[in-house]
Write a protein that binds this ligand. Structure first.
Ligand code: ZN
Ligand code: MN
Length: 138
């Protein structure tokens, strides 16, 4: 069946040295980098790396559930290699994003669920980070 083999081929993620370098940079990274952060970092080791390769790789990883895309930064998409459920603090001044490894009890009454089965939730707390607060005080 051609449809199934097509799907199977799409699911596999062909590892090229450039893709490996991107994965390597993302592994354990808690900075929630944007595509251009990844590009700048990986280009140091791979000067021939193009922004398109970085962008396309991030999109491919996202499609496969290997990174999450964050929407909390209005200036650019940010990526999170930590795909386990967690929440975020976002500085509205410098756009720093910090993990909150705390579980919140987010239950709410059936009558407001509109028939939805809830499969996930994500909270973004916005505010001013300590560094930005110290800087504005100085
Ligand atoms: Zn800040
Ligand atoms: Mn995170």
């Amino acid at each position: 069946m051609p449809v199934r083999s097509e799907k199977h081929r799409d699911r596999r993620f062909k590892m090229t040295p450039q893709r490996l370098a991107i994965l390597d940079y993302l592994k354990g990274n808690v900075q929630h980098p944007a595509a251009d952060d990844v590009f700048r970092a990986v280009r140091r080791k791979y000067p021939t790396m193009s922004f398109a390769t970085v962008y396309n790789t991030l999109e491919a990883l996202k499609k496969r559930g290997m990174v999450k895309e964050l929407t909390g930064d209005p200036d650019k998409k940010r990526f999170d290699p930590n795909t386990s459920p967690h929440h975020h603090l976002i500085c509205t001044n410098c756009r720093k994003i910090v993990d909150i490894p705390v579980q919140f009890d987010l239950d709410f009454a059936e009558q407001y669920r509109e028939g939805f089965v809830i499969t996930g939730s994500h909270i973004e707390f916005s505010g001013i980070c300590l560094e930005c607060r110290n800087r504005s005080r100085a």
